[in-house]
Design a protein around this ligand. Structure first.
Ligand code: HEM
Length: 412
């Protein structure tokens, strides 16, 4: 025992001694036994900046070595040539693998967590769904409804009352209502002037944060926590229960609705209704789709994470992406110097929507939603970020703002 304590103390002294020196070089020390874990843990609260620094200093590709006993080694790269090779050119050689499936286990057998035929069939199914001519009008109708009945009344209320509001919270509520309508055909009315407490929204935030943390812990550690039901893993179990209770209720009520009434309004085709109907028709191309509640739950969960928080996070950072002059009319940002072409950045250089065969299927939809919301905001309101408000990214698989975005709103 005493020997272990002395060893740990020595390790600590050496770590602290080397810390400053290494910080300047930007490369990590591979310690005996502990590997590069000490520096990772030391920087965990600023992991995005830390990863950027390390990648910059290592030329865009970096091999992380975890503790000897933990089998926690990985390669990190943001070099566009490598990204292209992995996500596109040699896509088949880079399956997500069993570790990904374990970390993302709350996603069940949904598209984001599946591979091979299950993934291919689900992807084909989504493509069929979004390829229908009525898809876009349905998206537009739904989001327009949310803007008119939800966003505008809330922003008017904030503006009239001269209060500050967390704009990220507003966008999260809007996109949760929107995605629930698109996926489940149900409006939870999260976005209203009462700002109701939404358990499901909090549960989503927690799940995304905990999955993010699982990436940095040795698997044996978080699995032990899960088994003992302590720490973040306990919180995850609670949050998943909240989500599952919500989703299974929606599935049961949709089944009831379908058994009682024939849905004749063709302009309404939320995902749940479509999948249930297709399963009944037993079309060949939907063989992958099981009619079990669990499969519908997994599908809904995947789409709600993929298409809900991603959009609200994108909207919150909108006002950052284009720099300080983002409000200025500068067409040269997107149009070539001779004014003849749209400037397209290749997906493997700007990987926000992923690239290659597994690229995002909701990009078109997210643009419709973001444009409608951004245009409504810019046209009608003046938005001012609260003075001195801290803006930094959260630790989550979706890049939120850690403290939200406090703003005041006034009419133009
Ligand atoms: C700003 C908004 C969005 C961003 C930044 C975004 C980003 C991404 C990324 C990075 C992936 C790859 C995930 C992975 O392979 O692990 C992905 C996949 C996916 N996204 Fe999106 N997404 C957005 C909106 C949407 C929307 C609105 C939907 C529709 C509901 C959607 C549906 C999907 C689906 C189904 C996949 C899985 C594709 C596959 O595995 O083949 N996304 N998205």
């Amino acid at each position: 025992m005493a020997l272990v304590a002395i060893f740990l103390l020595l390790l600590l002294v050496v770590v602290i001694g080397h810390r400053r020196k290494k910080r300047n070089s930007g490369l990590l020390t591979n310690w005996p036994v502990a590997g590069m874990m000490p520096e990772l843990l030391e920087n965990i609260t600023r992991i995005h900046d830390f990863a950027t620094d390390v990648l910059k200093n290592s030329g865009g590709t970096f091999e992380f070595k975890g503790p000897w006993f933990a089998n926690h080694h990985f390669l990190v790269t943001n070099d566009p040539i490598n990204v292209h090779h992995i996500l596109n050119a040699s896509f088949a050689n880079y399956p997500k693998g069993p570790d990904f499936k374990k970390i993302f286990e709350p996603f069940g057998d949904g598209i984001i967590n599946s591979e091979s035929d299950l993934w291919k069939n689900q992807r084909r199914m989504y493509q069929t769904l979004i390829g229908q001519s009525k898809y876009e009008p349905f998206i537009e109708k739904t989001i327009l409804g949310k803007v008119v009945d939800g966003l505008i009344p809330v922003l008017d209320h904030v503006s009239k009352s001269s209060i500050q509001v967390d704009l990220q919270d507003v966008f999260q509520r809007l996109t949760l209502d929107n995605i629930c309508l698109l996926v489940l055909g149900f409006n939870p009315h999260c976005l209203s002037v009462e700002f109701p407490k939404v358990e499901c929204k909090k549960a989503f935030d927690d799940v995304e944060e905990i999955i993010f943390h699982r990436h940095f812990k040795p698997q044996s550690w978080w699995r032990l926590q899960r088994w003992l039901q302590i720490g973040r893993e306990k919180k995850l179990t609670r949050s998943l229960k909240v989500f599952d209770d919500f989703i299974y209720k929606c599935i049961a009520s949709k089944r009831h609705e379908l058994s009682k009434f024939e849905i004749t309004d063709e302009s309404n085709f939320d995902m749940l209704t479509t999948y249930m109907k297709k399963q009944e028709e037993k079309q060949e191309q939907v063989d992958c789709i099981s009619n079990s509640d669990k499969f519908l739950r997994d599908t809904a969960f995947n789409l709600m994470v993929a298409g809900g928080d991603t959009i609200s996070a994108g909207l919150t950072w909108v006002k950052e992406t284009w720099g300080e002059d983002c409000l200025e009319f500068k067409p040269e940002r997107w149009i070539s110097c001779d004014g003849k072409e749209i400037v397209n950045v290749p997906a493997y250089k700007f990987t926000a929507y992923n690239a290659g065969p597994q690229s995002c299927l909701g990009k078109g939809m997210s643009f419709i939603v973001m444009k409608m919301v951004a245009a409504t905001m810019l046209w009608n309101y003046r938005v001012e970020v609260a003075e001195g408000y801290p803006i930094s990214p959260s630790l989550s698989i979706v890049l939120y703002m850690k403290h939200g975005l406090k703003v005041s709103i006034s009419h133009r």
